[in-house]
Ligand binder design. Structure first.
Ligand code: SF4
Ligand code: ZN
Ligand code: ZN
Length: 309
């Protein structure tokens, strides 16, 4: 297969990727150009951030977050990586994630901010999840990571956090929220969550790229990412939704993109109207972060763990 753009210019260059749902075959250079243009387009279309804003990029060491950091850096944004070291034991996952992020930050010459859970809180995320009494470790992990991203933004003067969520993540989340008719979550699902009540703006510039497109971008740019995911990921129910959507995508290319884009255009505005008034938030008496209760969920969990010891 030949690159469509090269072909239109009278050159015969072999394509390295065929994007089925766009019916687009591209060579290495044109794929990278296409990918970065699409990233810039999503940032502009959804008004994610401006050129003069400094951006905190949440990085895990995986393909999505490191590719996002790379693409934003290449597009000329002032980026800072932020890595939460969770202290996960299995397969030495946390150590390797941190090493991978550090190496990448050196490669692109941008600073990496690290928050080490064991050192700062005295517990790993697994110990915190156990002590919290909540069964789903991923939801505890999500709460802590969101909290730390907001805290970092507040302390270091960032207005915006970018995460590497891709189309596979977003469409799986949408399917899960739709099956359970989670009106509140459906009203909030969007590539941009505006800043409010002292929380930073959250943006997802890769929300329209499939995992395959991101892996290709990472490989073609020789990004060294951690291929083994978090050992706790296999327990996540989102894996089932991803599998179901992959099956549909295989039979009907473009399903995921259509599902998500049409939702944003046609359905989300209806759910958004249903959202209740924003809750009044106070400052947590321990850490000072916004909270509905006098003491925030993270501080409450950590206090409980201390009492148990
Ligand atoms: Fe955290 Fe779960 Fe993701 Fe592992 S898979 S990093 S525990 S949210
Ligand atoms: Zn080409
Ligand atoms: Zn607190």
């Amino acid at each position: 297969m030949l690159c469509r753009i090269c072909k239109s210019k009278g050159r015969r260059t072999k394509a390295v990727i065929y994007i089925r749902h766009h019916k687009l075959a591209l060579c290495k250079d044109h794929f990278i150009e296409w990918f970065e243009k699409q990233t810039a387009k999503a940032i502009k279309e959804f008004k994610m951030f401006k050129k003069e804003e400094k951006i905190l990029v949440a990085v895990s060491g995986g393909k999505d977050s490191l590719s996002l950091w790379y693409a934003l850096h290449r597009l000329g944004y002032e980026t800072y990586g932020f890595h939460v070291s969770l202290g996960i034991e299995g397969w030495e996952y946390s150590k390797k994630s941190l090493e991978t992020c550090k190496k990448f930050s050196e490669r692109i010459g941008r600073p990496l901010i690290v928050f080490n859970m064991r050192e700062e809180f005295g517990y790993s995320i697994e110990e915190i999840a156990k002590g919290s009494g909540r069964k789903d470790i991923c939801s505890v992990c999500g709460t802590f990571k969101r909290y730390l991203m907001n805290k970092m933004c507040k302390e270091r003067g960032f207005n915006v956090v970018a995460t590497g969520h891709n189309l596979d993540d977003e469409s799986a989340l949408l399917l899960s929220n739709t099956i359970r008719w989670e009106i509140g979550y459906l009203g909030r699902q969007h590539p941009v969550l505006p800043e409010s009540n002292g929380f930073a703006r959250k943006v997802k510039p890769f929300a329209f790229f499939t995992e395959k497109e991101i892996v290709s971008y990472a490989i073609l740019n020789k990004i060294e990412y951690l291929e083994t995911g978090c050992p706790n990921a296999k327990e996540a129910t989102s894996v089932l939704y991803k599998r179901a959507l992959a099956m549909l995508e295989h039979e009907m290319p473009g399903t995921k993109l259509r599902f998500y884009k049409e939702f944003l255009k046609k359905a989300r505005p209806l759910f958004e109207k249903e959202l209740k008034e924003r809750l009044e938030l106070n400052e947590c008496q321990i850490c000072g972060m916004p909270s509905t209760a006098p003491i925030c969920l993270v501080c409450r969990t950590l206090e409980r763990l201390k009492e148990e010891c």
